[in-house]
Design a protein around this ligand. Structure first.
Ligand SMILES: *[C@@H]1O[C@H](CO)[C@@H](O)[C@H](O)[C@H]1NC(C)=O
Ligand SMILES: *[C@@H]1O[C@H](CO)[C@@H](O)[C@H](O)[C@H]1NC(C)=O
Length: 583
């Protein structure tokens, strides 16, 4: 009797075990990757901000892990995004640039003949091959067209995403909701550009006429052309800029031109939620939710306007958090909160140069807050590359843990591969590491001994995690020159990476980040220990350099020049339309 009982009980346990292993091994996790734009590490509640309200992101940290030393692979948009999607340093994919700006920027056109090469494998392609449904909602910024304005060669639909709803490029000030930026621009241009130049041209024409060089007909013809030219110049910098740069796309089609920002947050949430709903019944999915926030132009839906304690920027952050909350509620509603791996991060640190030029907010900060960290967007000081990151995956990640060893956004790619049970591409170097052993607590060792920090194509700094002395060192070989008393360099946009406006450090500046996270006091290179660190990192750099296969550079003067005639247009010749939300 008792033996039978024990046998039965054992059998029961056995069956339970089999069933539960079957259940966990059969159900592939879903992935939701949230990416904020230009958000600083000091902007989020769970990263120490006590006046900004980010309950949704904070809840992810409470129910999962907070990564306090997570680094991006580049301090600017396009290369950082390329690295997130591919798990590789941008230098390997051709997304590291020799130009100072280093991002895909399209002057007066969305078209620029460059982007993330198609032979790079994105995390969407990786899981799509394993039967996942994939979507990107929001900002892409990794290329548009190659040979014609309609080949969409670099679009996300050609990089593993089944569905795309968002902006192929980036948000810019000209897309601003109330057009006040444009008004300010027009005002300045009109006075400086149109009026002064017109006056100068008129004087020259009259003088030439009086001298008898030019007849009346000549004056009229040349005058007419000057007016046309000035008009065009002025229009292309203002109205056209907004019309052609600020487009909303669904898969291949422009569905809104220019994008209407005051309702975009709700529409993006609805798009994400209906994608998850559609997919949930069929199989696993991957959602890449790439916010337009918190890049300028800062926009808000009506009820978030003035809701924060930190001006338009704070409102923008809080609205983004609300969007995160909406997606999380949908996951719970669908019963998928447990089986979904969620990763929230930013593409790099807050932009120090973003300050309002519009009255009455002249001088108000419009960029992210990088907390105690030095520098910001475009720089390899911690403020430019350390990003606020939280990860939740209840089956494997304990609640409320904190990971303080250096990790990288490139780790997302191999982590997704490991959880989805797919092999990594074997024909190329993957620089990211599977984070699961660290997040589950089965491994304490840091996943990266060395992380290399590029500014464009130039390796300017290295983070070295030394297990032996339980320390994290940061070595700077080249730093941008920053005027005394300032936080950013004297450039309109990005700091230079090499040349006259930078300083080369030989020996490099060495910081002990555990003791000095704000990079204020370089260690004196006087003792053997420091020289030992420097020589180990030098060796790591040579090894890293040897692993790089030269590829064609994407972001060059030629590719960025684009063509003004290749503009997106939803209804030629008007190129102006609004999304019909009923379709
Ligand atoms: C919180 O974020 C706002 C907006 O970026 C910033 O102005 C403020 O200084 C931050 N507060 C703290 C304590 O970091
Ligand atoms: C704004 O409105 C949405 C509903 O459209 C609501 O969910 C959200 O909580 C509101 N936010 C604020 C700050 O009032």
């Amino acid at each position: 009797m008792s033996t039978r009982c024990t046998m039965l009980a054992t059998l029961q346990i056995l069956i339970l075990l089999i069933v539960s292993t079957l259940a966990t091994s059969n159900v592939k996790p879903n992935f939701v990757i949230f990416l904020a734009d230009d958000l600083g590490i000091g902007d989020i509640g769970c990263f120490g901000n006590d006046t900004i309200h980010t309950p949704a992101i904070d809840s992810l940290a409470k129910e999962g892990a907070k990564l306090t030393h997570n680094l991006v692979a580049a301090p600017t948009c396009s290369p950082s995004r390329a690295a997130l999607l591919t798990g590789r340093y941008p230098i390997r994919s051709g997304m590291a640039s020799a130009l100072a700006q280093g991002v895909l920027s399209m002057i007066t056109t969305t078209d620029c003949k460059a982007g993330l090469p198609r032979n790079e494998t994105t995390f969407a392609e990786l899981v799509k091959a394993a039967g996942y449904a994939t979507a990107i909602i929001g900002k892409w910024h990794l290329g548009t067209n190659l040979d014609s304005s309609s080949d969409h060669y670099f679009y996300p639909v050609n990089q593993g995403f089944d569905y795309f709803y968002g902006m192929p490029t980036t948000l810019i000030n000209e897309c601003g909701p109330d057009g006040r930026y444009i008004a300010w621009f027009i005002q300045k241009r009109l006075i400086m550009g149109c009026c002064l130049w017109s006056l100068a041209y008129a004087v020259v024409l009259v003088v030439l006429h009086l001298l008898g060089v030019l007849g009346r007909r000549g004056v009229i013809i040349i005058g007419f052309h000057i007016v046309l030219w000035l008009g065009w110049n002025y229009a292309s910098h203002t109205v056209l800029f907004r019309q052609f740069m600020c487009v909303l796309v669904k898969n291949h089609d422009v569905i809104e031109q220019p994008v209407v920002l005051d309702t975009i947050s709700t529409r993006m949430v609805n798009q994400a939620n209906s994608f998850m709903e559609r997919s949930a019944t069929q199989g696993p999915f991957l959602l890449y939710f790439s916010f337009l926030q918190t890049h300028t132009a800062l926009f808000n839906m009506k009820n978030f306007t003035g809701s924060s304690k930190h001006g338009k920027y704070g409102d923008n952050v809080e609205e983004m958090d609300w969007m995160v909350g909406k997606v999380l509620s949908k996951l719970s509603e669908l019963g998928l909160a447990e089986n979904t791996f969620i990763y929230f991060t930013s593409d790099h640190g807050g932009a120090l140069k973003e300050v309002s030029v519009l009255p009455p907010r002249v001088g108000e900060r419009e960029g992210g807050w990088n907390g105690i960290y030095k520098g910001g967007k475009g720089q390899n000081w911690e403020g430019g590359i350390r990003v606020p990151t939280v990860v939740r995956y209840p089956p494997m990640i304990p609640r409320g843990i904190e990971i303080s060893v250096p990790t990288s956004t490139m780790d997302v790619f191999p982590t997704i591969a490991s959880l989805a049970g797919v092999d990594l591409p074997s024909d190329r170097v993957i620089d990211g590491r599977d984070l699961m052993p660290l997040l589950r607590g089965t491994m304490k060792a840091p996943p990266h001994d060395y992380l290399f920090h590029y500014c464009g194509q130039w390796l300017n700094a290295v983070t070295f995690t030394s297990q032996k002395d339980n320390a994290i060192y940061k070595l700077h070989y080249v730093t941008p020159n920053i005027p005394a008393g300032e936080t950013d360099c004297n450039r309109t946009m990005y700091c230079p990476c090499i040349g006259d406006e930078t300083t080369r450090h030989d020996p490099p500046l060495v910081f002990d980040l555990r003791r000095d996270p704000a990079e204020q006091r370089p260690l004196p290179a006087t003792n053997d220990q420091i020289w030992n660190i420097i020589s180990r990192v030098d060796e790591a750099i040579s090894q890293h350099r040897r692993s790089i296969v030269p590829v064609a550079h994407q972001i060059t003067k030629e590719t960025l020049a684009g063509s003004f005639w290749r503009q997106p247009c939803c209804n030629f010749p008007f190129c102006s339309c609004q999304e019909d939300e009923n379709t």
